[in-house]
Ligand binder design. Structure first.
Ligand SMILES: Cc1cc2nc3c(=O)[nH]c(=O)nc-3n(C[C@H](O)[C@H](O)[C@H](O)COP(=O)(O)O)c2cc1C
Length: 331
C-alpha cells in the first residue's frame, strides 16, 4: 500500500483511537511504529510505564496493550481498511507485541476479513469510560450477557458471569486484595503516584480525582481505592447496587500471547457493552496476589486463568480520563 493512500491524518486518527483504550492506572504503556512501505503499525510496550509492584510480570501491561491493539483494529476497519493482526509476530524481536497491517483497498476489503467487518464499534471507542459509580438495580438482559460472552470467545478468552454465591466469593477475594494493597507500602505508594494531585498543567496520564467515585457504604463492592487511604472521613461512601453483576475474564493458558488476547477481549466486550448503553469498571486487585488469583480460579472452574473481573450494569457514564497526545514520543 502506498503511503499516499494512507495519509498522516488517518494514521494519527487511528492512533488516537488506539490510545483511548483502557490501561491499568491509565499508564498508557504502549509505543507505536509505522512501516511506511506497507503502512503496517508496530505496537510495543513502553517498559518505563510498567507497575513494578502491582504488576511485576507485566501481565496487566500486556492486557492494556491488547486493548489498545483492539481499538486500532476497530479504527482501521471503520475507515475501510480491515486489518490483518499478528500477535508476537517475531521470535527474534520479543518486544514487538503486535503488527496491524491495514488491508489494501478495495481488493482485500471484499476478500473476507471476517470478524473485523461485522459491527462498527468505532463510535463506542469515544464513549467508553470506566464508571466507578453506583449502578441501578436494572438487570443485565440474558441476550446481552450471551453476546458479551460470545465476543470474548471470538478474541480467545472467556467471559464468565457468576452466580450469586460465586459473586460473593469473588468480591471477598477482591476485598482481601484491597486490604493487602493498602498495607503494602510499595503498592500503596505506586497507586497514589497515578492519582492526580492539583498539578498545573494537569498530567496526561493517571487518574483525575473525579474519575475515582465513592466507596461502597455497605462495604460489599471493593472498588479500588487508588489513594490507599480508606478513611471514611476522607473518602465519600454511597450504597452501591444490591446485586452486582460480576464477570470473570479468563484464558485457558497464561502466556504473553494469552494476555494480549485477553486485552483485546476486554476491549471488545467493553465496546459492545458501551454500544448497548451498559457501563463497566474493572476489578483487577485479586489477580495481583498469586494465592488470591488461585482462589479466584477455583471460583471460576479451577482450570482457567483469571485475568480480571468486570463489573457491568446500568448507571452514570464515567468521566473521560486524559491521554498523552499521540506524537513523536510514542513513536
Ligand atoms: C489491565 C487493567 C486493569 C485495571 N484495573 C483496574 C482496577 O483494579 N480498578 C479500577 O477501578 N480500574 C481498573 N482499570 C481501569 C483503568 O483504571 C482505566 O482504564 C484507566 O484509568 C483509563 O480510564 P478509562 O477506562 O475511563 O478510559 C484497569 C484497566 C486495565 C486495562
Amino acid at each position: 500500500m502506498e503511503s499516499t493512500t494512507f495519509g498522516a491524518a488517518l494514521v494519527e486518527t487511528c492512533v488516537s483511537a488506539a490510545v483511548a483504550a483502557p490501561s491499568i492506572h491509565n499508564t498508557q504503556p504502549w509505543r507505536f511504529g509505522l512501516d511506511p512501505e506497507t503502512a503496517t503499525f508496530e505496537v510495543r510496550a513502553d517498559p518505563e510505564r510498567g507497575l513494578r509492584h502491582a504488576d511485576p510480570t507485566g501481565r496487566a501491561l500486556l492486557l492494556s496493550v491488547g486493548a489498545c491493539v483492539f481499538n486500532l483494529r476497530v479504527a482501521l476497519t471503520h475507515f475501510g481498511r480491515p486489518p490483518v493482526t499478528r500477535l508476537l509476530p517475531s521470535p527474534d524481536d520479543p518486544g514487538l507485541l503486535a503488527t496491524v497491517r491495514p488491508a489494501g483497498f478495495p481488493a482485500e476489503l471484499t476478500a473476507g476479513q471476517g470478524e473485523e467487518r461485522r459491527v462498527d464499534l468505532y463510535e463506542a471507542i469515544w464513549r467508553r469510560h470506566s464508571s466507578r459509580f453506583p449502578f441501578t438495580s436494572r438487570p443485565l438482559p440474558a441476550a446481552v450477557r450471551d453476546e458479551l460472552a460470545a465476543v470474548a470467545l471470538a478474541e480467545g478468552a472467556s467471559l464468565r458471569f457468576s452466580e450469586e454465591v460465586d459473586t460473593t466469593r469473588m468480591l471477598r477475594l477482591t476485598a482481601e486484595a484491597e486490604r493487602r494493597n493498602r498495607l503494602d507500602a510499595h503498592r500503596a505508594a505506586e497507586g497514589r503516584h497515578w492519582v492526580h494531585r492539583e498539578l498545573e498543567p494537569a498530567p496526561d496520564a493517571g487518574l483525575p480525582r473525579t474519575a475515582l467515585g465513592p466507596q461502597d457504604a455497605r462495604e460489599r463492592l471493593p472498588l479500588r481505592d487508588f489513594t490507599a487511604q480508606r478513611h471514611p472521613e476522607r473518602l465519600i461512601a454511597r450504597p452501591f447496587e444490591d446485586a452486582p453483576v460480576i464477570a470473570a475474564l479468563t484464558t485457558d493458558h497464561d502466556r504473553r500471547i494469552d494476555w494480549l488476547r485477553a486485552g483485546q477481549a476486554l476491549e471488545r466486550v467493553w465496546l459492545v457493552a458501551t454500544a448497548h448503553g451498559v457501563r463497566a469498571s474493572v476489578l483487577h486487585q485479586p489477580v495481583e496476589w498469586a494465592d488470591l488469583r488461585d482462589a479466584l480460579a477455583d471460583a471460576c472452574d479451577g482450570t482457567a486463568h483469571p485475568q480480571l473481573l468486570m463489573r457491568l450494569g446500568y448507571g452514570p457514564e464515567g468521566p473521560a480520563t486524559p491521554r498523552r497526545t499521540p506524537g513523536r514520543e510514542q513513536w
